[in-house]
Design a protein around this ligand. Structure first.
Ligand SMILES: [Zn+2]
Ligand SMILES: [Zn+2]
Ligand SMILES: [Zn+2]
Length: 259
């Protein structure tokens, strides 16, 4: 069963849609010397059996693949169709060329619609010959397997937009949520590692605040929890980290967790 397989989680990016530093901002966070205060757009990579599953493919995808020296990806899974989560899809071409293979994409109907609008040349019948070669697998709120690994979608709410989180074994990944419906909470229970989004300390319409994320973490009670999708308003990594409960950490780019 996939549940007993060792997994490595790599945070490819942990920043909100603007990234941190924010262009033209000279706040303390954006000018911090700590590399942990530099956050590319949010994405993680899950490695199981030597296969790399990338969740979301934002505008920093190309650099994230180079930084982590990723030579092959088994699939890209999408949480939702916002630009900071899909904008890097054109750079999948490199894997098409180098590996001479089509890349598998797991996404809901609505995400495929957003991809269609953002990259009208990918899905057209008469494709541009240089377009990325992708094989779309449409997912809904039902578990699915890739190479024998079970992925369970968790339907979350991002203001009013449905967003998928994913559970793989004892790892749960939640980004861009502002609410977790009661009936989906059972899927998260028993996770040993929970990644959850928090934008900043104050309330926001479409993302959890730090306190709201801590409340979910308290309910789920995982061994470890990591906060992602941070804006510069969250504060300096080192300072915010000091005030967190013992089992809760701010994620940072390049951080690796083994489960
Ligand atoms: Zn986002
Ligand atoms: Zn700033
Ligand atoms: Zn979003």
């Amino acid at each position: 069963m996939p549940y007993h397989k060792p997994m490595t989680i790599t945070f490819l990016g942990t920043g909100t849609s603007t990234g941190v530093p924010v262009v033209a901002c000279d706040c303390r966070v954006c000018t911090s010397d700590d590399p942990r205060d530099r956050r590319l757009r949010t994405s993680v990579m899950v490695e199981v059996d030597g296969n790399h599953y990338v969740i979301d493919c934002g505008p920093d995808f190309r650099y994230q693949m180079i930084r982590e020296k990723v030579e092959d990806i088994a699939a890209i899974l999408f949480t939702h169709g916002h630009r900071d989560h899909i904008a890097g899809l054109d750079d999948v071409r490199a894997f098409n060329y180098v590996l001479n293979k089509t890349v598998d994409i797991y996404a809901s109907d609505t995400v495929v619609d957003s991809i269609n609008k953002e990259f009208p040349y990918i899905l057209k019948e008469k494709r541009f010959f240089g377009a990325p070669q992708l094989h779309f697998h449409i997912i809904d709120n039902k578990p699915f397997t890739i190479n024998g690994v079970l992925f369970t979608p968790i339907e979350l709410v991002h203001h009013k937009m449905p967003v998928f989180g994913f559970r793989v074994g004892d790892f749960t990944y939640i980004t861009d949520a502002s609410h977790i419906p009661e009936e989906e909470k059972g899927k998260i229970k028993g996770s040993s590692v929970l990644v959850i989004n928090a934008l900043r300390k104050s309330k926001h319409i479409s993302h959890f605040s730090l306190d709201e994320a801590l409340q979910v973490i308290g309910e789920v009670n995982p061994k470890q929890a990591y906060i992602t999708h941070l804006s510069h308003f969250m504060g300096i990594h080192e300072e915010v980290s000091r005030d967190l409960p013992d089992n809760v950490f701010l994620a940072h780019d390049g951080l690796e967790i083994r489960i």
